[in-house]
Design a protein around this ligand. Structure first.
Ligand code: THU
Length: 147
């Protein structure tokens, strides 16, 4: 689905696109940026950081969430993800799970390509976390050893 973006959503996507330029991805060559819109209106961004021990790679989404938590943010409204891939890159399963624990109703928009003149992605997909990860494991499932 390709559609237009509201001004706030566009600003968030621009932040994701901007931070993607700082990705550390010498192995895949894929640059990913993620920007979270916090409940207080602030935006916090993160990029993917790869490791020579491939499994230690950190996705942009979790990098953004970790930074936001460290800044004291606790509520999130929306997430923009921009990737240097030919098609939009949807958040991986691990990121969906971690995000769902903090923001189960998060609006998620994923973009790729960049129309420089209009400063917006060429292609865009919009969804929300409940749709992307139905039945996420929640804190209620694991509290007190699951009893
Ligand atoms: N990547 C992300 O940053 N987020 C995702 O949700 C999927 C994958 C990154 C990890 C790795 O650096 C590259 O994209 C290829 O998997």
């Amino acid at each position: 689905m390709t559609s237009s973006l509201s001004r706030d959503a566009l600003e968030l996507m621009r932040a994701a696109h901007e931070v993607a330029a700082r990705a550390h991805s010498p192995y895949s060559g894929i640059r990913v940026g993620a920007a979270l819109l916090c409940a207080d209106g602030g935006m916090v961004a993160g990029c993917n950081v790869e490791s020579a021990s491939y499994g230690l790679t950190q996705c942009a989404e979790r990098a953004a969430l970790t930074a936001a938590i460290a800044l004291g943010e606790r509520e999130f409204r929306a997430l923009a993800i921009w990737a240097s891939t030919p098609r939009v890159l949807m958040p991986c399963g691990a990121c969906r799970q971690v995000l769902a624990e903090h923001a189960p109703d998060l609006v998620v928009q994923c973009g790729c390509g960049w129309l420089a003149r209009e400063a917006r992605p060429r292609s865009l997909t919009r969804s929300n976390l409940r749709r992307l990860l139905p039945g996420a494991v929640s804190e209620h499932d694991v509290r007190r050893g699951g009893r």
